[in-house]
Structure formats: C-alpha cells, structure tokens
Write a protein that binds this ligand. Structure first.
Ligand code: ZN
Ligand code: ZN
Length: 137
C-alpha cells in the first residue's frame, strides 16, 4: 500500500491526496448508499480528515443516513462523480469512494456493513466481517 493515496473525479476538476493510509475500507449496503452510488452498494475508504487535501469545486447535499446520522455527500458539479462523504457526528473522518482513487487496488476491503439491506441477487463469497448495520461509533 503506497503511503500517499490520491485520486479525483472523472473529469479531473476535483483532485485529492491523503498523507495517511486508509484506516479502513468498507462496502456499505445501506439504502442511502444505494442511492448515492446509483448501484447495489458503495465502497468507501476511511481517512483522518486532517490528512486529506481536496482541490477543486465540490457540490454537496445533506441527508439523514439510514441510522439517523447526518451525512454530507460531496460530488463533482461538472461530471457528477460521487467523491466522498462526511458525517457531522464524526468530524475527524472523511469517507472517500474507492472508485475515485487513481488506483482502486491500492486499498483492500476490510468488511461489509448494512448487510441487512444488501440486495438479494448479489452473491458475495468472501469471509470478511458482515455487520448488519453501522459499526458502533
Ligand atoms: Zn468532475
Ligand atoms: Zn451506507
């Protein structure tokens, strides 16, 4: 795993770097992430907020997540790539969508969450942790 992770949106308007490796990587199967990804789940890498520098213009919207936490979702206003999210209740972390890393293989999946709302047709055979909802805060 490289020490400096970097990525950006599809059009290149938004770029970011992290001076810290990912703290964890989770596939989230919550209903909210299904909307936010437009797909069956989203995969997010957790970083210390202070280690991440974001460059470019971001648009955002705020929702109550599946567990009642307030989630700010940030995306590129030019190309629409979902970039990252922040939880108001956990201001020291930022959650970056792994599909926006220049090399999505530079991180490893640590487990699943919100397994209880995983779509039934998705068959996952790994032996990683499968939490029914969020990890405890
Ligand atoms: Zn863009
Ligand atoms: Zn989620």
């Amino acid at each position: 795993m490289s020490l400096i992770l970097q990525g950006g949106c599809r059009c290149g308007q938004v770029r970011y770097t992290s001076s810290s490796p990912a703290l964890d990587v989770r596939a989230c199967h919550c209903r909210d992430c299904q909307y936010a990804s437009g797909s069956a789940f989203s995969t997010v890498a957790y970083f210390p907020r202070a280690s991440v520098e974001l460059h470019g213009k971001l648009a955002s919207y705020s929702v109550k997540g599946s567990d009642g936490l307030t989630v700010n979702r940030l995306f590129c206003p030019d190309c629409g790539t979902p970039m990252c999210s922040e939880l108001v209740e956990l201001p020291d972390l930022i959650f970056i969508k792994v599909g926006t890393l220049d090399d999505p293989n530079s991180v490893e999946l640590g487990g699943h969450m919100w397994w209880r709302s995983k779509v039934e047709w998705l068959k996952i055979a790994d032996d990683l942790e499968k939490l029914p909802a969020n990890p405890p805060l």
